[in-house]
Design a protein around this ligand. Sequence first.
Ligand SMILES: [Fe+2]
Ligand SMILES: [Fe+2]
Length: 165
Amino acid sequence: MSDGKGTGVTRDQLIQGLQEDIAREYKAIIQYIIFSQKLDGARYMEIARILEGHAHEELDHALAIANQLDYFGAYPVHEPKPVVVSEENEGMLHADLDAEDETVRAYRERILQAVELGEFALAEVLQEIIRQEQDHQIELATALGVVADPRQRGKSQAQAQKTSS
Ligand SMILES: [Fe+2]
Ligand SMILES: [Fe+2]
């Protein structure tokens, strides 16, 4: 995909991708609403407050994607991606981090597709969203004591810091 030749993506595929993106945003809203209230213990007070902030940002993302779908004449889907729940603090944070990893991966692909099709306004909207999604990744990874970039996460902390600096 980074060979400069593009992916040959069609406008229909781009719209289909945006439908997947909005379904992921719905899922994120639901998980953040539940987990921000269900995290418990003094250690998790701060991150619970942060997750509440994420819920609001995910709603803004869903609205922004719906607006872009409307521009393309597409009716937004109404089903969220499958919501993952947990009763356990770390389980909730891991479920959110997994979702953010997938979301960042998908928006990277979507931005490349938008640029390839000359949809620069869409690309700009998506770039602002992906910046916030990476912040979400960082906040969750920090709470879990892992590296934010999933591509570096398998490595030891010291190795990862060296590669990312
Ligand atoms: Fe989002
Ligand atoms: Fe997010």
